[in-house]
Design a protein around this ligand. Structure first.
Ligand code: NAD
Length: 343
């Protein structure tokens, strides 16, 4: 039988575990998998682009487990009552191809993106970082904010969005964290002034310049999350060239990340090597570090693996007969008769 997790079950899992504990657990799975980077069969995701957005498939495997995620990105979806980013995915045994898990990944992607940002910031930001500016207050925002507050010691967050309602929504949710000082900024510039970390997480299918050179101060860490598709960027090219850039799977980031604006041979550094302790992250307190996040299949692999283990431990989720259970595996045709109702 295949374990199925819908979004309501995921919400139960998160509530039973507690948000910080849930993210902490996911972070340890992700760091463990990034340290095994070379053992994975990796590829850039395949993408079906259209005028309004993109639909992508993200497969990855090691010797034991295969996983994939289906995810879209349609920045105008909120005007139609739909989320910009929606996802689901599956985890299979490599030996048999049998799917062990089919899961929602919309809510999970927001957690995994928050946790990926933490994994990078832990490795790259100054350890003394306490103030973060977040530009973009959509669906992903709170997950980033809570991850940085509860797992990285960020105690002041400034937020900015061109949509005031989105800012109020975030302020409402983050009011449940009394030790977090939250400031609603009047502009992107105000939001990031004096910040140790900048997170840019807007959605617009265009080459936007959300982070511009005059906003940058020595020692900042930039967590660029929203520039994740060809023709969809957030960070000005001169900001990119002024810092040390870190990437997930380089061939994918060269096409999709903010670095698509740079020459194909502009130096970038693999994040997994820093996480594995092979390379250092920042070279000095003054250096600007940039995580050009686009979202890589390995982060979803870790998430699906974590969800499977956690749901099994908590005895949550539904066992479904996604694949036929056959008395004789060669007799698939018998399945055509089993469920016929008799009048
Ligand atoms: N790198 C990753 O792994 C990853 C994962 C998930 C989502 N994303 C990307 O993150 C972005 C945000 O996702 P979401 O689900 O929160 O989208 P969303 O549509 O819910 O929210 C986006 C927000 O950005 C705001 N915005 C747009 N232009 C802006 C500007 N110029 N200045 C300030 N705010 C602006 C919008 O008003 C909106 O509130 C998307 O681009 C998505 O593709 C990346």
């Amino acid at each position: 039988m295949t374990l199925f997790l819908d979004v309501n079950t995921l919400s139960t899992i998160v509530n039973k575990t507690g948000i910080p504990e849930f993210m902490k657990g996911l972070l340890s799975y992700m760091e463990q998998d990034f340290k095994q980077w070379l053992t994975f069969d990796k590829s850039a995701r395949t993408a079906a682009h259209s005028k309004e957005g993109v639909i992508e498939l993200m497969p990855i495997a090691n010797d034991e487990i295969f996983s994939f995620k289906y995810v879209n990105g349609h920045p105008k979806n909120p005007t139609k009552g739909l989320s910009t980013v929606m996802a689901f995915g599956a985890l299979s045994e490599v030996d048999s191809g049998f799917p062990k898990l089919v899961s929602e990944l919309t809510l999970s992607t927001a957690f995994r993106t928050g946790v990926t940002s933490i994994m990078a910031a832990k490795a790259l930001a100054r350890p003394s970082s306490r103030i973060m500016g977040i530009i973009g207050c959509g669906a992903q925002c709170e997950f980033q904010a809570i991850a940085f507050h509860t797992l990285l010691g960020i105690n002041e967050i400034r937020i900015f969005d061109i949509d005031p309602e989105a800012m109020s929504k975030v302020a409402g949710h983050l009011a449940h964290y009394p030790e977090l000082k939250l400031i609603q900024s009047l502009s992107a510039k105000d939001c990031v002034q004096g910040a140790d970390i900048i997170t840019s997480i807007t959605a617009d299918k265009t080459n936007a310049t959300i982070i511009t050179p005059e906003m940058i101060e020595p020692g900042m860490h930039i967590n660029g999350v929203g520039g994740d598709c060809p023709g969809k960027t957030e960070i000005h090219a001169n900001v990119l060239t002024s810092g040390k850039i870190f990437v997930e799977h380089e061939p994918q980031t060269r096409e999709e990340g903010d670095i698509q604006q740079l020459a194909a041979d502009h130096p970038v550094h693999p994040l997994w090597r820093v996480i594995s302790g092979f390379d250092i992250g920042r070279d000095s307190e003054q250096q600007v570090t940039i995580f050009d996040s686009v979202g890589f299949a390995l982060e979803d692999f870790s998430t699906l693996r974590y969800l499977y283990d956690l749901a099994t431990k908590l005895k949550l989720g539904e066992k479904i007969e996604l694949m036929p259970t056959l008395e004789s595996p060669k007799d698939l045709f018998s399945q055509t008769k089993l469920h016929h109702s008799v009048n």
